[in-house]
Write a protein that binds this ligand. Structure first.
Ligand code: UT7
Length: 341
């Protein structure tokens, strides 16, 4: 093991550690199966399963919004952390499917959970947003600005999916995950290292081109599905593998760890073939990866947040374990976080 005993480690952020003190998640009740999808678009359970690993996804009710799912996940995390709403200093909500362009969906969540003392903002980094938000939250805590930060990844992708496009509509689902970050004395267990990165040159391989100021939705273009997810699957696939491997190595390096030290990898849940390729190239058994995309599909910013909560609540994460989370998304964006659980 490359890692030094805690007492010998130079602290990257002297004076404060940032610990994850609670996790929570929520997925809508409605389960949409591959068989059902094959009745509305030209696809099969066999194609979706063999190309992606996805079997089912959850779909939010018409009147169930991103902020509703986010609030449910947040309340579960607060309960586990034994944190009261008024103790929360900051709410960071990562999403690509906000309730509205403004105000921030985090503000709606604030009201729903009663976190009256919190500052609130949304983080826009597509599927990588949750770990970008974790990094921002960590910075606010290590700078002594705040003590308790609620970080949420929440998506209602069903509302920005083109349900007639088989290339994309079989991939996505709805849901939310959350965690609470809190300061602890230096050297306590918690976040050890992070890495975030972006490359705007590839913005057009995964985007929602309409609905913003550049291309507003009008009566003339409404039929073009510009306000839905557009993706060049093969290009995204290649970039996802390369970026997530690189991001994993960078965070491990900063942490002074090797991949052998990691007991559980929680990757972005987009496609099981991407996860297998990463496991293969990092030379780590696929058994060490936590995978739930078979049940939820790709829930973008919520994916790694839901997976972390499920891994936590199922007992997969043991105190003292080293955990690697790594994500990738539109932008392009990528991020990785190494935690001592
Ligand atoms: O969360 C952000 C990150 N997103 C991702 O990481 C997604 C990355 N990309 C992928 O996961 C994969 O590229 C996909 C799952 C999207 C597609 O898999 P692929 O193996 O790259 O398939 P393809 O796009 O090369 O398509 C192969 C064939 C095409 O037919 P032709 O042109 O060979 O005749 C597609 O039209 O499969 C066809 N196809 C489908 N067939 C049945 C595409 N979607 C479907 C479908 N059912 N749902």
């Amino acid at each position: 093991m490359k890692r030094q005993p805690r007492s010998n480690r130079p602290s990257a952020r002297p004076g404060r550690s940032v610990s994850i003190v609670g996790t929570g998640s929520y997925v809508p009740e409605r389960v949409l199966t591959n068989e059902e999808l094959s009745k509305s678009v030209d696809t099969t359970d066999e194609w979706i399963t063999s190309r992606t690993g996805i079997k089912t996804r959850r779909i939010a009710a018409k009147d169930e919004h991103t902020s509703d799912m986010a609030a449910r996940a947040a309340m579960a995390a607060m309960e586990q952390a034994n944190v009261k709403p008024e103790e929360i200093d900051l709410i960071l909500l990562a999403t690509a499917s906000p309730d509205m362009v403004f105000p921030a969906t985090a503000c709606f969540v604030q009201t729903k959970i009663g976190a009256k003392n919190a500052a609130c903002l949304d983080v826009s980094a597509a599927c990588a947003g949750f770990l970008f938000a974790v990094e921002i939250g960590q910075q606010f805590i290590t700078s002594h600005t705040y003590d308790t930060v609620l970080v949420i990844g929440a998506e209602k992708l069903s509302s920005i999916t083109n349900w007639t496009d088989r290339n994309t509509c079989v991939l996505f689902g709805d849901g939310a995950g959350a965690l609470i970050l809190q300061h602890r004395d230096a050297g306590a267990h918690g976040i050890i290292a992070t890495h975030i990165g972006s490359d705007g040159n590839y913005s057009d391989i995964l985007w929602m081109p309409g609905g913003g100021c550049r291309t507003p939705i009008t009566a003339e273009n409404a039929h073009q599905h510009l306000q839905t997810i557009h993706m060049s699957g093969k290009d995204v696939y290649k970039q996802a593998v390369v970026s997530m491997i690189d991001a994993s190595k960078k965070a491990l390096d900063k942490a002074g760890l090797t991949i052998e030290d990691i007991t559980c990898v929680i990757p972005h849940q987009a496609n099981v073939r991407i996860i297998e390729a990463i496991a293969d190239r990092l030379k780590i058994s696929i058994d060490r990866f936590f995978v739930n995309l078979d049940r939820y599909g790709n829930t973008s910013a919520a994916a790694v947040a839901i997976a972390l909560d499920e891994a936590n609540r199922s007992g997969r994460l043991k105190r003292g374990d080293y955990i690697l989370m790594v994500v990738f998304g539109g932008g392009l964006t990528w991020s990785s976080t190494v935690i001592e659980w």
